[in-house]
Write a protein that binds this ligand. Structure first.
Ligand SMILES: Cc1cc2nc3c(=O)[nH]c(=O)nc-3n(C[C@H](O)[C@H](O)[C@H](O)COP(=O)(O)OP(=O)(O)OC[C@H]3O[C@@H](n4cnc5c(N)ncnc54)[C@H](O)[C@@H]3O)c2cc1C
Length: 163
């Protein structure tokens, strides 16, 4: 039988965030009445699925990003306001990320990839004078770099850490 320190009911953004924070110190059980392991056949949750700049900032603070497969078209950076009382239409810039909310909730359990970075000094005997970015899938799915500094170069790469 498994034991948990804390049980959280509801795996929406609030419950998932709390579970992520507490999960670093406690054994947490996150429960939801929706079958989150199944692909939803329809929109279940009442939500527009627009992630506003403040929410984007909060996600960034947790080191999280939005997986591509929860994005839906179009991605929007402007809002049209329609003021019927004064017969005015205006546009202003505001960048939302447009997601499928059900799929987004199911992705919350995914954690970002982790990388270790290796960087070393070498003599600049090839006279490198540019920042160089090297993309080579055999080495990394990120990239490697060369940064010239005085008579030397910094040569580094980032390699994914297996969990
Ligand atoms: C019509 C509408 C449109 C919206 N559009 C947007 C938008 O575009 N952008 C935006 O940022 N916000 C939007 N919101 C607000 C946003 O949906 C909420 O702020 C957000 O979902 C709150 O997250 P939460 O985790 O607190 O609650 P919820 O997302 O509601 O999560 C609660 C979870 O608890 C589960 N649960 C409930 N009861 C039980 C139970 N008894 N046992 C087990 N599990 C249970 C539910 O299945 C659910 O997964 C919208 C809200 C509405 C109503």
């Amino acid at each position: 039988m498994k034991y948990y320190d804390i049980t959280i009911i509801g795996a929406g953004p609030t419950g998932s965030t709390l579970a992520r924070v507490l999960g670093e110190r406690y054994k947490v059980l996150l429960v939801d009445k929706r079958p989150l392991d199944q692909e939803p056949s329809k929109l279940i949750k009442n939500c527009g699925g627009l992630i506003a700049p403040d929410a984007q900032k909060a996600l960034a603070g947790f080191g999280l990003s939005i997986p591509r497969d929860v994005l839906v078209s179009p991605q929007m950076f402007s809002v049209e306001t329609i003021d019927c009382d004064n017969n005015l239409v205006r546009n202003y810039q505001r960048h939302y990320i447009n997601v499928d909310r059900e799929r987004y909730d199911r992705q919350q359990k995914h954690e970002p990839k982790r990388y270790i970075s290796i960087q070393e000094w070498f003599p600049n005997d090839k006279n490198v004078n540019q920042f160089v970015a090297i993309f080579d899938k055999c080495v990394s799915d990120f990239y490697s770099w060369i940064i010239p500094k005085d008579d030397g170069i910094l040569f580094g790469t980032a390699i994914e850490v297996e969990r």
